[in-house]
Write a protein that binds this ligand. Sequence first.
Ligand code: DGL
Length: 268
Amino acid sequence: MQQAIAILDSGVGGLTVAKEVMRQLPREKIIYFGDTARAPYGPRTPEEVRVFTEQIVDYLIQYDPKMVVIACNTATAAALDYISSKVSVPVIGVIHPGARAAISATKSGHVGVIGTVGTISSGAYTAALKQLSPYVEVRSQACPQLVQLVEHGLYRSSQSLKVVEESLNGIKDSPIDCLILGCTHYPFLMEPIQQVMGPGVKLISSADETAREVSTILYDKEQLASNDESPVHQFFCTGDPIMFQRIATEWLGDHITRTPVVWQITKL
Ligand code: DGL
């Protein structure tokens, strides 16, 4: 049986990372877990997020994945080190890839970060950016309203621009030349975010760089898939399966409409 890459998030946000992995590594099988019943994770304590993340990883490990991607910034900040020390397969998060992408994109050295309350108050992005480049200036802003907009399938609605505008108020006039979308839900709102920030600010999603890291790790371990047929991806969610399936189908498009997919609602 083909070993999968396990990708997890509090909800649908990690699909932004899954899509990039599917695009860059089309032979790889993905097992995706969205804890939609307990999203959002952003307002929760780091301890609670760590417990939830551990429960999801324990669940996914039954499927014998070859690696685990914590495609949630909040869970990466709260639990990456702990989960990595527990699990025998490689585990990666999305914060270092996002920081790397921003450092390579910035010309002025002034970088903005938006994320959940949990991610921003952890200081994990500032630490990751300064570890790479000590003189970088970081301006951070928590945007707690954006995740629910996406989870409720309203990212293309007329109200999204208004909510995005309000959320970015504190950062939109900062002298930054790139803005890290430090929550995997935010790429769903790329258009209104770009509209509010203006063309002079490059938006950075950690999805591309995270997928590249997956690719590098599997290449180094000689574990890249070599199957000729398309993989059958598997999707689990803990909440409303109809909303989850609707958003996943809309977002992933051709990546999942051309091949069979397994959908499952589950309890932890
Ligand atoms: N998508 C997640 C993140 O990257 C979690 C958002 C949430 O559940 O609050 O932080």
